[in-house]
Design a binder for this molecule. Structure first.
Ligand code: PHB
Length: 358
């Protein structure tokens, strides 16, 4: 019998009870000064512990890695202690949770950067994209290009965050190399115009990603490290001229590293499912997590056909803490209120009912 969305999966020593993953969702409710989460986030994630796996909201690895108001960090002792409340709460409910490690690169604003500095990027090209500061939506600031001698420090920042993630009690980490943030900016030839060892041919553009993965593997078993890519996405003004070739080469180099999973944004982030993701998936030799625009039918079909091992649901998880139960029963889904997606308090965050309580 073939697998279903509701069959268990052994992944990297974790027993996932089903194939439904809570995708990373930016909710901007951390303390903007300290970057710490609190009891509210512990409750929010614990409510969603029936997911096969929870991936936290994108979480910055360093002050420089921050690009939005109210996003959490995983690089200070206070942040570690705060996340510990979250991992304890999720584990107490029988769940599994990994933290998504994030450096935004050029998708930031000087008002969010240490000392009001320019954000960093592969090249000095501003993104035609917006971010959110305390004052609301603004254009991203012009970045400065990272110097060659800064690359080891970037890798060290990821390694430090990976160690913090371990200390905070996470079950693993997901490296965010998608959606036009720093590592994706290096991978794609639109934002990366470097002429040194980190730019030009794809072997050079993937250098930073591979160095970061090597660094993370000094802290975590490779099987506890997942990776997110978005080859065909133009989100945050990051596009590649030949995504199939670029990311085919990347996946070929990733095979053999024993990573826990590959998490692919299939098509344009939050948009059309365009792109030859089945061909890329066929090249990947590990656990494959699919994301982007999935509903129950598509998820059931893709898992049954062997086209996905896991399916990550984003927006449906906002208003349906018991999404697994609702999908299993084919029950109607609650609709999230867009006005409370980003920022604010418990309203629109921890107050969505489960079927049982509704
Ligand atoms: C966002 O904060 O808008 C955001 C963060 C991470 C993503 C995509 C969007 O991958």
């Amino acid at each position: 019998m073939s697998d279903t969305l509701f069959s268990p999966l052994q992944m990297g020593g974790l027993d996932l009870p089903n194939r439904i993953v809570m995708a990373p969702l930016t909710r901007n409710r951390a303390d903007d000064v300290t970057g710490e989460v609190g009891p509210m986030q512990a409750e929010y994630y614990a409510q969603r512990a029936s997911a096969g796996l929870i991936i936290t909201e994108a979480t910055q690895i360093s002050p420089e890695g921050k690009g939005y108001v109210g996003t959490p960090g995983i690089h200070t002792p206070g942040q570690v202690a705060a996340w510990r409340q979250v991992t304890d709460a999720v584990h107490a409910e029988g769940g599994r949770i990994v933290v998504q490690l994030w450096h935004v690169g050029r998708i930031s604003h000087v008002s969010l950067q240490p000392g009001g500095q320019a954000p960093v990027a592969p090249s000095e090209i501003a993104a035609k994209a917006q971010t959110v500061t305390r004052e609301g939506f603004v254009d991203t600031s012009a970045p400065r290009a990272l110097r060659l001698d800064e690359m080891p420090r970037i890798v060290a920042d990821y390694v430090h965050a990976a160690r913090c993630a371990r200390d905070a009690g996470f079950d693993g980490i997901e490296l965010h190399a998608a959606n036009g943030y720093l590592l994706d900016q290096f991978l794609k030839d639109g934002p990366n115009r470097r002429e040194d060892a980190y730019g030009g041919p794809v072997e050079n553009r993937m250098r930073l990603l591979l160095e970061v993965l090597d660094g993370l593997a000094t802290i975590w078993e490779p099987e506890r490290i997942g990776l997110r890519l978005s080859p065909w996405s133009s989100f945050n003004d990051a596009s590649d001229s030949d995504p199939d070739a670029t990311f085919g080469a990347v996946v070929a180099r990733l095979n053999g590293r024993g990573l826990g999973y590959l998490h692919l944004v299939e098509g344009n982030t939050g948009g059309a499912r365009d792109g030859d993701f089945d061909a890329l998936r066929a090249r990947w030799q590990g656990v494959y997590m699919a994301n982007n625009g999935y509903d129950r039918d598509l998820a059931m079909t893709r898992v049954a056909e062997g086209k996905a091992d896991l399916v990550a649901f984003g927006r449906p998880y906002i208003a349906n803490p018991d999404l697994v139960d609702r999908l299993r029963r084919d029950a109607p889904l609650g609709e999230g209120d867009q006005a409370t997606y980003y920022g604010g308090g418990a309203e629109g965050y921890t107050d969505y009912p489960s079927l049982e309580t509704a």
